[in-house]
Write a protein that binds this ligand. Structure first.
Ligand code: ATP
Length: 296
């Protein structure tokens, strides 16, 4: 019926994650610095005449029905634009699942962007982001990508100067973390150490990598450190192996370290693999958009 559309759905890490307060509706007001990294799922969309949405994936435990955010993104656009055609989406996962790297959100973001292209709908990025936030607070950022300040429940986005070039070591422990559990156990009081997000924004503007890394912080670590001491141990190991700094991403369990050399990042990866039970490691660069780059 038409050519398949191939999309890369990139993961994110949080260079800084602060929670300002818990709102009456149960959502948390956040202030985060987001960074897209070149670790990605591969999504293929193909239209057909079945009138159905079907999914396939390389991970047998991922849902292939409306519980999958890709299904819901496709469904949202089909409904809104009265599209009768069927769509098949194949999801090849490389981003660790339930890991604080927005894996599901970025797949959904790719599906929104892909539907727009596949059916030549001419939807603006801003409108796609509005559809996205209905399914998940991180989806608008995953549509926008790059280095950004994220406020509100995650949907108020300000693009920032891109992080200076560096290498990320991503390490996903064997255990996973539930985002819900982490936020439910978060206690915000006078003992909470809030990361200096405004200082990090200024350091990014100045292209000062040390200024950025020295301000890395994640308030959610106070919850996870208590239950999973390995998170701190992995961070310390990365720092001992030459990382400028290391942090848990989002609600975990992924830990990342920032290095100035690829070799040091790989060597730290090997050291961490020897010492900890890790499901996955990756050494990747940041993904930052150039104004002329088309979405891939
Ligand atoms: P975040 O960083 O936004 O908190 P996460 O990395 O913690 O996300 P995900 O990888 O997005 O978590 O997965 C969380 C849950 O969402 C999984 O348990 C999974 O069943 C479900 N899910 C739905 N769609 C997807 C998808 N396309 N990829 C991964 N998980 C998905």
């Amino acid at each position: 019926m038409s050519q398949p559309l191939h999309l890369n759905a990139y993961a994110k890490v949080n260079l800084g994650l602060d929670v300002i307060r818990r709102r009456e509706d149960g959502y948390h007001e956040v202030k985060m610095i987001m960074q897209t990294v070149k670790l990605y799922d591969h999504i293929t969309l193909k239209r057909n005449s079945s009138g159905q949405i079907t999914l396939s994936t390389n991970l047998p435990y991922l849902p292939v029905n409306e519980k999958n955010l890709v299904y819901r993104a496709i469904d949202t656009i089909r409904e809104a634009y009265h599209i009768p055609d069927g769509v098949h989406a194949d999801i090849q996962k490389h981003i660790p699942v339930a890991a604080g790297m927005a894996g599901g959100s970025t797949d959904a973001a790719a599906a929104f962007v892909g539907m727009n292209q596949l059916f030549d709908l001419g939807i603006t990025q801003e409108t796609l982001m509005k559809y996205g936030v209905r399914l998940g607070a991180d989806i608008p950022y995953c549509i926008m990508r790059g280095t950004a300040l994220s406020e509100g429940i995650g949907e108020i986005l300000t693009p920032l100067s891109p992080i200076p070039d560096c290498w990320f070591l991503i390490a996903k422990p064997v255990f996973s973390m539930s985002t819900k559990f982490v936020y439910q156990h978060l206690v915000l009081d006078e003992h909470t150490v809030h990361p200096d997000i405004d200082g990090m924004v200024k350091a990014l503007e100045a292209q000062d990598l040390i200024g950025v890394t020295s301000r890395m912080g994640n308030v959610l670590e106070q919850v996870t450190a208590e239950h999973y001491p390995d998170i701190d141990r992995i961070k310390n190991k990365m720092k001992a192996e030459g990382a400028l700094n290391a942090l848990m991403s989002g609600s975990g369990s992924t830990v990342f370290g920032i290095f100035t050399s690829r070799e040091a990042a790989f060597s730290a990866a090997r050291a961490c693999q020897c010492e900890f039970a890790l499901r996955q490691t990756a050494v990747v660069r940041p993904f930052n958009k150039s104004p002329k780059r088309n979405r891939s």
